[in-house]
Ligand binder design. Structure first.
Ligand code: MG
Length: 397
């Protein structure tokens, strides 16, 4: 199935502008306001990323905003071709202009409001299945409030409407390209249509609904915008986890000194059942702690001979698999190594690179700090090395 995606973002966002100007805030098109660090319109585009059926994207944007959109919204290296057209006086006119730019090779057109930054991906994919045998499929939600029809704003209620088969139409809306073209050509009221489904219906096309229960908000007022901010903050918080780890190993003659997967030349090494890498052990415990998975001893009991002299790198790899099973991946790791001698400064960069390679995250996301203990305590007397680590995990999307 080949689909052209049209994002209707050509409007001025009049209601939003009016309300925000009254309050002296924003003073800009709602689609360009920064929401959690990126413009609303960028969130909208991101929601469609990775959907393989989409072969091209046409963005209908307000007049005079092309350069701004190019600089602030579009990515330098988009995976799918994105073109821009100037929006029209109405939403339907904007979609018409964009429709003319779509490739005839794509039989289906997916139209979406630029002001809906969180269309649920699962429901979008459901559209592709539901349009089978129909000329369209759209996202919809059951109507929840009780509906009244009245004679006028001041008049009496005429009836209470049975809402059992009523649905609120949302976007995206997937429609067959030829039917949408036909509607624009044959329906004299096409340019005042408020959605594409009604256009396809007007020329005899059958359109299905895909009912979902996610929050597919259309940002219309400043209150919607603030709710969207709160929604993202909550989502981000539940997508992050932190854990702490700590380890100490005695330093003795006749052992090698491993720290962060690197062998450090020194007259003593760390005593341990494995290679005694206190830094990787602290990192391992921090990772397990963040995922709520216990500690390293639960996975590699010291009495288990299989782990005798095992390189700690292998232990971490197993732990990464365990946390991935729970839906997490490491994002950042901060560490402190407390060691009187040798000086770690010459090895810090190498250790960072090694940990970055083991965890498969960028070297910038790893921090390696070294401290002496001013001659105090077991570390200060050169009897032990202690390491501490703080790990941040992010939920795998
Ligand atoms: Mg240890």
């Amino acid at each position: 199935m080949k689909v052209s995606l049209i994002i209707a973002a050509g409007g001025r966002g009049g209601r939003f502008l009016k309300e925000t100007q009254e309050r002296g805030k924003f003073r800009t098109n709602k689609l360009f306001v920064s929401l959690d660090g990126k413009p609303v319109l960028r969130h909208t585009l991101d929601a469609f990323e990775g959907i393989s059926q989409i072969k091209e994207i046409i963005l209908a944007i307000p007049p005079g905003t092309k350069n701004w959109v190019k600089t602030h919204v579009l990515k330098e290296d988009p995976k799918v071709s994105i073109r821009m057209v100037q929006g029209g006086a109405t939403r339907a006119e904007s979609v018409w202009r964009a429709l003319q730019k779509t490739s005839a090779k794509n039989s289906w057109v997916l139209i979406h409001d630029g002001a809906r930054p969180f269309p649920p991906k699962k429901a979008i994919l459901e559209l592709f299945r539901k349009c089978n045998g129909a000329e369209g499929a759209i996202l919809a939600r059951p109507v929840v409030p009780t509906l009244k029809r009245a004679a006028s704003r001041r008049g009496y209620i005429l009836e209470t409407i049975d809402r059992s088969n009523l649905f609120e139409a949302e976007t995206p809306q997937l429609v067959h390209r030829s039917f949408l073209l036909k509607a624009y050509q044959e329906n004299p009221k096409a340019f005042s249509a408020t959605d594409e489904s009604s256009l396809v219906e007007s020329v005899g096309g059958k359109v299905r609904i895909v009912v979902h229960s996610e929050w597919n908000v259309k940002i219309t007022t400043p209150t919607d915008f603030h709710l969207a901010e709160a929604y993202l903050a909550k989502r981000a918080a539940s997508n992050l986890a932190m854990g702490f780890g700590r380890d100490i190993h005695r330093l003795v003659a006749g052992r090698k000194l491993y720290l962060g997967g690197i062998q450090i030349p020194f007259e003593k090494g760390s005593l341990g059942h494995s290679d005694g890498d206190a830094l990787l052990h602290a990192v391992a415990d921090a990772l397990l702690g963040a995922a709520g998975l216990g500690d390293i001893g639960d996975y590699f009991p010291p009495e288990d001979i299989r782990f005798k002299n095992v390189r700690s790198e292998r232990l971490i790899k197993k732990i990464l698999r365990e946390i991935a099973k729970k839906g997490w991946r490491p994002e950042r790791v901060d560490t402190v190594t407390i060691l009187e001698k040798p000086r770690l400064a010459p090895y810090k960069q190498k250790i960072r690179q090694k940990i970055s390679q083991i965890l498969k995250i960028p070297v910038e996301s790893i921090s390696v700090k070294a401290k002496t203990q001013e001659g105090l305590g077991p570390e200060g007397e050169g009897l032990a090395v202690t390491c501490e680590a703080l790990a941040t995990l992010r939920r795998i999307p």
